[in-house]
Design a protein around this ligand. Structure first.
Ligand code: PLP
Length: 285
């Protein structure tokens, strides 16, 4: 079935789903978004995603023309209209059409867009045998410039690091912050396991607080695995027993090589496998 795309309360065929070229989302990447999964016809952690969307909007002075409840209903109804059992949702709010200048006061009509499409994951063999990543030379945005906690439409910072990943023959790149500490990957959060302890950079390191990250931390705690959010460096990565990434599209994916160095024994580790299975189970609840 051809996708039906929601724009401001109406559903359009893909070919007719259009917004103004004067929209500041197009002109400046001025807007916010979410990526969400549908598992067995149910939207995964919708409240968390809607809350994060409203926090992102608030942080960039963007007023969303719907209440969070109306936004959640817009997402649910678009999923129903597309009759998707397994899929990926892209929820977008742009600043709206304005003048060619930066001034957000000159914009008038924020566009609320919901796209429901198929999910594209990493190849299965990377989940089975683990993935390789490299550290990017492009650092993650400084929180005092554009805070990575804001999921804005301006993703060039991440795209620059993604280009480095691709040029190195990898799917993902590790991004550091200005202090040289681990931040996150271009579209995923990073976790390490050392002597049975799960470690991941804190929000202060300059990261998006991933919904999957939050779910995996809950699952780990419930399983009695200690969880810490210390400052981490590449030394911690190279000497970790296990490494994995989390993200809405990626779910939980093992990392077995970073910058050409094998992590642990170079195979997906037991805690990674345990959390990946627990996460799968959570999505089916
Ligand atoms: C920069 C960045 N970090 C982390 C994540 C993972 O977040 P989530 O688990 O909410 O998808 C994403 C994807 O949304 C991302 O774009």
């Amino acid at each position: 079935m051809a996708p039906k795309i929601y724009i401001n309360g109406k559903l359009y065929d893909k070919a007719d789903a259009k917004i103004s070229v004067y929209d500041h989302g197009v002109l400046y990447g001025d807007g916010v978004f979410e990526g969400i999964r549908v598992y067995a016809g149910k939207v995964f952690r919708l409240k968390e995603h809607v809350d994060r969307l409203y926090d992102s909007a608030r942080a960039v002075y963007l007023e969303i023309p719907l209440t969070p409840k109306q936004m959640a209903e817009a997402v649910e109804s678009t999923v129903r209209a597309n009759a998707k059992q397994e899929g990926y949702i892209r929820l977008i709010v742009t600043r709206g059409a304005g003048s060619l200048g930066l001034d957000p006061r000159k914009t008038s009509d924020p566009q609320v867009i919901v796209i429901v499409d198929d999910i594209v994951m990493y190849p299965q063999e990377l989940y089975d045998h683990g993935m390789e990543i490299v550290t990017a030379s492009s650092i993650r945005n400084h929180p005092n410039a554009l805070n990575p906690r804001v999921k804005s439409l301006n993703y060039l910072n991440n795209i620059m690091a993604k280009v480095e990943a691709i040029r190195a023959g990898c799917h993902e790149a590790l991004m550091l912050n200005i202090k040289g500490e681990l931040a996150e990957c271009t579209g995923d959060n990073i976790f390490l396991v050392k002597q049975g302890v799960l470690k991941t950079p804190a929000p202060d390191a300059g990261i998006l607080e991933g919904v999957t990250r939050g779910a995996v931390m809950e699952l780990a705690r419930a399983a009695g695995i200690p969880v810490q959010e210390p400052a981490l460096t590449r030394h911690d990565v190279y000497t970790a027993d296990e490494c994995f990434l989390t993200g809405t599209a990626a779910e939980v994916i093992p990392i077995v090589k970073v910058d050409g160095r094998p992590i642990g024994n170079g195979k997906p580790g037991p805690i990674t496998r345990q959390l990946r299975e627990a996460f799968h189970e959570l999505t089916r609840r």
